[in-house]
Write a protein that binds this ligand. Sequence first.
Ligand code: MN
Ligand code: MN
Length: 299
Amino acid sequence: MDAGTIDMKVLEEVCKVSYRALERAKGEVKPGARLLDVAVSLEDYIRGEGYGLAFPVNISLNSEAAHYTPSYDDEKVFGEDVVKIDLGAEKEGVLGDCAATIDLSGKNGDLTEASKLALDNAIASIKAGVEIGSIGAEIERTISSSGFNPIMNLGGHGIGVNDLHSEPFIPNYDNGDGTLLEEGMVIAIEPFATTGIGSVVSGSVQEIFSFAGEALFRSLDARKLYGEVKSHYPHNPFALRWVAGLFGSKFSLYAAVNELLRAGAIVPHPVLVESSSGVVSQHEATVVVEKGGCRVLTA
Ligand code: MN
Ligand code: MN
């Protein structure tokens, strides 16, 4: 997706608000704080500024790489964790996407620095005419020379209107993709570094879903959930805690979710966990490709 179809002024706004929310997270993520309180606080901040959410605030710990968001009754608190905050604001279908790692363990500074440096080096290498594979090579080289592994089956992506993961895919290693970056492309770069083997698998926790298509339901709860999702979250992912208030009990919420899943009306975005339980760090920025470089919008 290129800047020709994205309103650049709106993109600059949503990216700026996304970055400000990410900066706030750094003050709120501390030992003893509840993940749920931080997620709600960051989402409230973005909404309070007059924006929507591109996706639920992700707060993934340690070997979780992505896609954890607290449930409505989540009691989890931060301890000595490696914390990834990934978030984005939305306006008129225009999306921001950025992430950072906060090391509360005090033992994973090098790991955290590796994904940060990989992002900085990738950004420094981006300009129109550069091969996509060479960005991956830069990320891989930086993370490997820091003594860690890049996560091979996660990567950056183009960002389109109401389309968080559009073409092209930006790998975290040299995948040989000779496609050239073009001036005006809007892309998210997101290196993941790990102490593990460098891949993720889906875990069992599912709190983030997307609308996937039309269906008909008999049960009242399923119809309620379907109507809510279709009218409020037809394009971008939503968290179950955003809709939990409509249901009388946890049982009725999850029963409705299961009915929608079975009918193919929604798809899950399960937590992604490092395959060998390695600790994971991540940094992400949204940039626009320019002739002689790129401009970081989430800054
Ligand atoms: Mn992200
Ligand atoms: Mn992303």
